[in-house]
Design a protein around this ligand. Structure first.
Ligand SMILES: NC(=O)c1ccc[n+]([C@@H]2O[C@H](COP(=O)([O-])OP(=O)(O)OC[C@H]3O[C@@H](n4cnc5c(N)ncnc54)[C@H](O)[C@@H]3O)[C@@H](O)[C@H]2O)c1
Length: 244
C-alpha cells in the first residue's frame, strides 16, 4: 500500500536507491540529506520519472533539524508512514588513533540521528496504529571491522535499538526492522582504503560488492505488507559475508 516515506541521507548511494524504489512503488517520498543540492537532485529525479517527492536538507543528528525535517515531510505529504533511517558517514582509523571527536560524530549521525528521527515520527504512527521503520545498520555492527570500532559500535547500537523498539511498539501496529548490508558500491565505501576493499572483496562468497539497488529491494520488502511477520529483524544483503 502506498504511503508517505521519509528517507534520511537519501541524496546518495543506498538512500538514493531506496527513495527511487519507494517512489516507483507509489509512495510519496521526503528526500532528506545534509546536502541540499544532493537531496534536490534526487527529488528532481523522482519527479522526472513521474513520482512525488520533496527535498529537505538537514542534519539528522541535530534535534532542531530532525524536528524541521519531520515538519517539512508532514507539510508536504501528511504524516510519515515509513521512516528509513539511512543517513550515515564513514571514517577509518586504528583504535589508538581514534579521536574523541571521531567517535562522537559517528555516534551522533548514526545513533542520535536514528533516535531523533524515530522520536519525531513515532507518536503519529502509534496514534494511527500503523507504521514502518527500517534502520540501516551494517554487517560491521554484527562482526566488527578493523579500523572501524566507532562505526561498528554505532551500527551495533542501531541493531539493539531496532530490537528494543520492536518489542515496545509492534503490538501497537508499528513494525521496526533493520538491514545490515555488506560492502555496497557507493561513495561511502570508496572512502575506505583500497587495501580494505580488496581484502573484503576477496573474502566474499559471492565475489562482488553489492549495488545500492540490491539493498533498496530489501528495504522495500521490509516496508511492504509481505513482511508482516518481520519484527525486530536484521536482514543481511551482504554477498554472503555474514551468514546467520
Ligand atoms: N556502502 C556500504 O558498503 C554500506 C554498508 C553497510 C551499511 N551502509 C550504511 O548505509 C547508509 C548509506 O550509506 P551509503 O553507502 O549510501 O553512503 P553515501 O555516502 O553514498 O550516502 C550517505 C548520505 O548520507 C548523508 N548524510 C551524512 N550525514 C548526514 C546527516 N547527519 N544528516 C543527513 N544526511 C546525512 C550524506 O550527505 C550522503 O548523501 C549509511 O548508514 C551507511 O553506514 C553502507
Amino acid at each position: 500500500m502506498a504511503g508517505a516515506a521519509l528517507v534520511t541521507g537519501a541524496g546518495s548511494g543506498i538512500g538514493r536507491a531506496i527513495a527511487l524504489k519507494l517512489a516507483v512503488g507509489g509512495d510519496t517520498v521526503t528526500v532528506n540529506d545534509l546536502s541540499a543540492e544532493r537531496a534536490e537532485a534526487v527529488a528532481d529525479e523522482i519527479r522526472a520519472a513521474g513520482g512525488r517527492a520533496v527535498a529537505v536538507a538537514g542534519d539528522v543528528s541535530s534535534e532542531a533539524d530532525a524536528a524541521a525535517i519531520h515538519r517539512a515531510a508532514v507539510t508536504a505529504h501528511g504524516e510519515v508512514t515509513l521512516l528509513v533511517n539511512n543517513a550515515g558517514i564513514a571514517h577509518q582509523a586504528l583504535f589508538e588513533n581514534l579521536e574523541v571527536g571521531d567517535f562522537d560524530r559517528m555516534f551522533a549521525v548514526h545513533v542520535r540521528g536514528t533516535f531523533l528521527m524515530t522520536k519525531a515520527v513515532l507518536p503519529a504512527m502509534l496514534e494511527a496504529g500503523a507504521g514502518v521503520i527500517v534502520n540501516v545498520a551494517s554487517q560491521l555492527g554484527q562482526i566488527g571491522g578493523v579500523e572501524l570500532v566507532h562505526y561498528s559500535g554505532a551500527k551495533a547500537a542501531i541493531i539493539g535499538m531496532t530490537k528494543a523498539l520492536a518489542r515496545e511498539v509492534s503490538a501497537r501496529g508499528v513494525r521496526v526492522n533493520a538491514v545490515a548490508p555488506g560492502p555496497i558500491n557507493t561513495p561511502l565505501v570508496m572512502q575506505l582504503s583500497e587495501e580494505w576493499r580488496a581484502a573484503k572483496r576477496a573474502g566474499l562468497p559471492l565475489g562482488r560488492f553489492g549495488e545500492p539497488e540490491e539493498v533498496a529491494a530489501t528495504v522495500a520488502f521490509l516496508a511492504s505488507p509481505a513482511a508482516s511477520l518481520f519484527v525486530g529483524q536484521t536482514l543481511g544483503p551482504n554477498s554472503g559475508d555474514v551468514m546467520l
